[in-house]
Each structure stands twice: as C-alpha cells, then as structure tokens.
Design a protein around this ligand. Structure first.
Ligand code: PRP
Ligand code: URA
Length: 210
C-alpha cells in the first residue's frame, strides 16, 4: 500500500496551531486548544468511514438517510501527551473504545521506553487511530504502532498535531501501511530532539509539569 501523509491546512486548525505554539499560552488554554485541534482533525481522519442507508420518521415524513455502518473504532493515545486529545475525539465518536500505550523518551538517548500497554480485548475487530500531539524522531510512534500491531487491528492511522520531517520519514519507513494525519510538518529537530519551531514539550504544557 502506498504511504499517505495528510497535512491538514484548514484555517481553523492553522489558527489554533499558532496559539498552541505561542510560549505565552498557559496550560488551561493549551489543553483546550489541543482538544479543539484534535476534534477538527478527527473530522477529516474519519472521512472514509462507511455509511449504510436507513430510514427515520421526521415530524413531517419519512427520511431515507444514512448512519455509520457499525464499523468499530478504537482511539489509542500515547501517554502522556496523547491523553490531551482523547476527550475531544470521543465527543465525535462516543462508541469508540480507548486503549493506552505508555512510552516516554529517555532524555539522553531519545529512545522510547515502554511502561504501560492496555488495548481493547476486541482490537482485532477495530480500526485504530493512534493519538500523540508530537511526532519528533518518530521512535515513540514506531514503537507504539509495533505494539498495537501485535493485536492485529483491521487498520491503523496515526494522528499528530506537529510532525518533524525526521519523524515522518522514520514512521513511513517502519510502518508504510499507516497513514499519517498532521496539522503541520515543521522544519527539523534540534540537538535535544525537540521539534523546531514546534511548541515545546507537549506533555509538560498540557499537564503544567514544568
Ligand atoms: C513526547 C510526545 C511523543 C514523543 C515524541 O512524549 O508526546 O510521545 O515525545 O518524540 P519521538 O517522536 O522522538 O519519540 P515524551 O516522551 O516527552 O513523554 P510524555 O508525554 O510523558 O511527556
Ligand atoms: N516531544 C515533545 O513534546 N515536543 C517535541 O518538540 C519533541 C518531542
């Protein structure tokens, strides 16, 4: 399957991204913005969900109309920062289940360290959307998707807010079957592995830990 990278250029997403990048944006507003951007991105990332025809009685007559075809979704945030996106996407797809993958980057090696993993029991019957605001070296996304693939989901998409070119390349190389949805592909990584210009440490800004 040919790999696909979708950069979401909707004006509302780009506007909110500017506010997210601003170092003067505090945790409360930052959390809200992460959710708002995730909700807008979810709208596009679920564009291919299949529909079936149904009928409902309106107050006036019978409408022949459409509903989602019972396709099952699971959202899997990468802890911690991916948690900031979960509530918003669940608003859009309340029937989805939620799995969690706990990974943190070792600050010296930049390698991801796994500390938690819990996926829905019926993951093999589900389409999975992995959530993490940041795709930097790509190590965390690559490992999270490797872990998820052991449960044989029907499909996997990766949704992030900011991606570095290095991370996109690493993820495409490791998992060419996984489409990437992002709001912006930035310039590069700095020596500490931060995305430039990026938005800083997403987890710390969401949870106010720095
Ligand atoms: C951040 C971010 C990603 C990861 C991206 O998490 O939320 O998971 O870094 O970097 P990578 O592409 O180089 O792997 P972090 O490791 O800071 O953990 P945290 O969310 O617990 O703060
Ligand atoms: N993780 C973050 O939270 N920010 C970056 O810029 C890189 C990794």
């Amino acid at each position: 399957m040919e790999h696909q990278v979708f950069e979401m250029t909707h004006p509302l997403i780009q506007h909110k991204l500017t506010l997210l990048r601003d170092k003067n944006t505090g945790s409360k507003e930052f959390r809200s913005l992460i959710g708002e951007v995730a909700m807008l991105m979810c709208y596009d990332a679920t564009r291919d969900l299949p529909l079936v025809e149904t009928q409902v009685e309106t107050p006036v007559s019978v409408a022949t109309t459409k509903v989602l075809s019972g396709r099952k979704l699971a959202f899997v945030p990468i802890l911690r920062a991916g948690l900031g996106m979960v509530d918003a996407v669940l608003e859009m797809v309340p029937a989805a289940k939620v799995g969690h993958i706990g990974l943190y980057r070792d600050h010296e090696t930049l390698q991801p360290v796994e500390y938690y993993s819990k996926l829905p029991q019926d993951t093999s019957e589900r389409d999975v959307i992995v959530l993490d605001p940041m795709l930097a070296t790509g190590g965390s996304a690559v490992d999270a998707i490797t872990i998820i693939k052991r449960s044989h989901p029907k499909s996997i998409k990766f949704m992030c807010i900011i991606a570095a070119p290095e991370g996109v390349e690493a993820l495409v190389k490791a998992h060419p079957d996984v489409p990437i949805y992002c709001a912006h592909i930035d310039e590069c990584l700095n020596e500490q592995g931060y995305i430039v210009p990026g938005l800083g440490d997403a987890g710390d800004r969401i949870f106010g830990t720095q």
